[in-house]
Design a protein around this ligand. Structure first.
Ligand SMILES: Cc1cc2nc3c(=O)[nH]c(=O)nc-3n(C[C@H](O)[C@H](O)[C@H](O)COP(=O)(O)OP(=O)(O)OC[C@H]3O[C@@H](n4cnc5c(N)ncnc54)[C@H](O)[C@@H]3O)c2cc1C
Length: 360
């Protein structure tokens, strides 16, 4: 348009960035956020290194969601580290080549790559193996595309379930003998004489490099609505089956919100409202769009665009729709407004954070 590239259909974008890599004249630039809604992104080079040399960021923490991207980034970051780590062989056996923090898709992939390159490495995970996938609702359909796991090869799945994907990760971990320290949380990260000291709930370690694969889901973004601290407000759905014959509100405009609304609408007797502040679902996967349209036409879900949650009360909610304030009966609320960047932690170690506004 006027000699400039224009986005035609955002919902067709699956965020893998292959278009930019394939464009022969470099005419495609990938952007984060929208022009109006900025998104905080840590500064990272194309090799996933931050401005603090030796600290790498992969997966959702770096701003790009989706399992396949996380797996690719984890693998590529460690491949890059392998280029220089072996050249300057470590003399001190007490210092790790790398410590990987987080065992979601990006951390698992980074760890498998570290195993492949025979690094002296450690992976720590504050919870259990699987990351955000563990937080998906039971039997959730997971949509992804072919991805390559180090030491395993290509995983050719397009549509699977939460449980099958976790089984696959566990099978790979078992087959390769990958060791992950679960229930060990990183508390602090400090620079020390050219290395990094990682302080966790179980000990302290020194490492030449650190790969942060900690995602963003640890701190769900809040809306700031009145009454948001009521116990009926939740930021993730694990068991849709626990809701029957209830008035439920889901807030958000991404895949997580849409999938949650559909999972709740599939339970008997529920009355589900999906509230989104935008005027259309421009970011969701085409399959979700199709399923949502079907659910709306069957009157299983009521979608309210251009709406903002204003106040949450014991038995109802107030939602601003355009100029009007509407009241709906309500038993539970699920909010999916993304995750906050752990700004304080990142800035404390000196990692720069930029606010991006959907511009190249
Ligand atoms: C409801 C929902 C549905 C989704 N559906 C899909 C889908 O169908 N397809 C798709 O491709 N993507 C989907 N996604 C997105 C996808 O799950 C994420 O993009 C992906 O999991 C990101 O991987 P990650 O490794 O970067 O981070 P995560 O998976 O978030 O893993 C980060 C890990 O780091 C650990 N960690 C954090 N802090 C510390 C610490 N201090 N010390 C130690 N460990 C720490 C966490 O416990 C966690 O295990 C969905 C997301 C949600 C919320």
């Amino acid at each position: 348009m006027n000699g400039k590239a224009a986005l035609i259909n955002a919902s067709r974008c699956i965020g893998h960035g292959a278009c930019a890599a394939a464009c022969p004249v470099g005419a495609i630039t990938l952007v984060f956020g929208t022009e109006t809604r900025g998104v905080n992104i840590p500064y990272i080079t194309p090799n996933f290194e931050t401005n603090v040399k030796g600290i790498f960021i992969v997966g959702e923490l770096g701003g790009m969601g989706l399992i396949r991207n996380a797996v690719t980034q984890g693998r590529e970051a460690v491949e890059y580290i392998s280029c220089f780590i072996k050249e300057n062989e470590v003399v001190n056996k007490d210092i790790y080549d790398t410590i990987i923090v987080g065992a979601g898709p990006s951390g698992i992939s980074a760890s498998l790559a570290a195993l492949k390159y025979k690094f002296k490495f450690l992976t720590i995970e504050q919870g259990d193996i699987g990351g955000t996938i563990l937080q998906y609702p039971r039997h959730k359909i997971v949509m992804t595309s072919t991805m390559e796991l180090p030491l395993y090869g290509k995983v050719k799945v397009k549509e699977t379930t939460k449980e099958s994907l976790l089984d696959l990760f566990m099978e790979v971990i078992k087959k390769t003998g990958l060791k992950i320290n679960i229930n060990e949380k990183m508390l602090e990260l400090k620079q020390e004489n050219g290395n990094f000291r990682v302080i966790t709930t179980k000990g302290e370690y020194l490492s030449r490099t650190v790969v942060l694969a900690i995602g963003r889901r640890g701190t769900p973004r809040k809306l700031g609505a009145l009454g948001e601290n009521l116990p009926k407000v939740t930021y993730r759905l694990l068991e849709p089956e626990q809701h029957r014959n209830q008035n439920l509100l889901v807030v958000g405009g991404g895949d997580s919100a849409v999938e949650t609304a559909m999972a709740l609408a599939n339970q008997p007797g529920n009355n589900v409202i999906l509230s989104y502040r935008g005027e259309s679902f421009s970011r969701i996967k085409p399959m979700n769009k199709q399923r949502l349209d079907e659910a709306v036409s069957k009157k299983l879900i009521k979608v309210i665009f251009n709406s903002n949650l204003k106040e949450i009360r014991e038995k109802d909610v107030k939602i601003t729709v355009g100029e009007e304030i509407k009241v709906f009966p309500n038993d539970y609320i699920y909010i999916f407004a993304g995750g906050e960047l752990p700004n304080e932690f990142l800035t404390k170690i000196g990692i720069q954070i930029e606010k991006k506004f959907g511009k190249a």
